[in-house]
Design a protein. Structure first.
Length: 259
């Protein structure tokens, strides 16, 4: 948990889920999306949970390079979230995720060439997983539970469909450089389709943005922010590291700055 950010109490909708109710009660779409962390191209990266569990309890991951079987193998194996196990899970339908339908929007920016990872074909899927902390670990390790909504889907389309069509914004956007490539667009460019899609949401933009941060990166993005009209300067220049990079936290320009 980032101590400079607001702490949240565990939400009732999360703590009330059980193995008996997860498949019988209606899927709580709005609760899962509200105050969530969104991470496109996530793979099985555990950094968002390590850093932000307690600031948020709902994590929304998307990746078109991960199959449902690979995800479940990771969650139930050594590549899962450290100190957590799957309590229960539910496969989701398109109607449960996009009850109002969805009209895709496009950008005039041409796509860039993706690496060979993009040629990997997976069957699209959506799965909701409740992760629970191991009984032998103390509360200092992290919250008792967190929610993981995982879509085997492309990150821009998933954001438009989940958040824009439902008129909800995430609390945190995890805008992370992908160490192994495979993307068809540039998530970090402020004029490319991802940033355009996030700005188009009538609910507003995420309160916080997480991105790689260093002197070299600052030179490459020509300033202190990836989306400078929306997130001008880093609130925290260092929150952690991974894949040989350091990551910072930006707060939206409309928000009250953190202490």
């Amino acid at each position: 948990m980032i101590k400079q950010m607001p702490f949240m109490e565990p939400p009732a909708w999360l703590m009330n889920v059980s193995k008996n109710t997860i498949n019988t009660a209606p899927f709580p779409l709005r609760e899962v999306l509200q105050d969530s962390l969104y991470y496109p191209g996530a793979g099985s990266d555990g950094k968002p949970v390590k850093w932000f569990a307690g600031n948020v309890y709902s994590f929304v991951y998307t990746d078109y390079g991960v199959s449902r079987d690979e995800l479940l193998n990771d969650l139930n194996g050594e590549k899962g979230f450290n100190g957590y196990h799957v309590l229960t899970q539910r496969d989701l339908t398109m109607n449960e995720l996009i009850p109002n339908g969805w009209q895709p929007m496009y950008s005039g920016v041409p796509p860039r060439r993706a690496s060979g990872w993009r040629t990997k074909k997976i069957e699209p899927f959506g799965i909701w997983v409740i992760m629970e902390r191991s009984e032998n670990l103390p509360p200092e390790h992290g919250p008792e539970r967190f929610s993981l909504l995982y879509l085997g889907s492309e990150g821009v389309a998933a954001y438009q469909a989940l958040y824009n069509s439902n008129q909800i914004k995430p609390k945190i956007f995890f805008l992370i450089h992908h160490c192994f490539g495979g993307n068809w667009t540039n998530f970090e460019r402020s004029y490319d389709i991802l940033a355009v899609s996030v700005r188009a949401n009538t609910a507003g933009m995420p309160d916080y943005l997480v991105g790689r941060y260093s002197r070299r990166i600052r030179r490459s993005i020509q300033g202190d922010s990836y989306w400078p009209n929306d997130y001008s300067a880093p609130t925290l220049e260092y929150i952690g590291g991974g894949c040989g990079l350091n990551y910072g936290l930006w707060q939206h320009n409309s928000g009250k700055q953190l202490n």
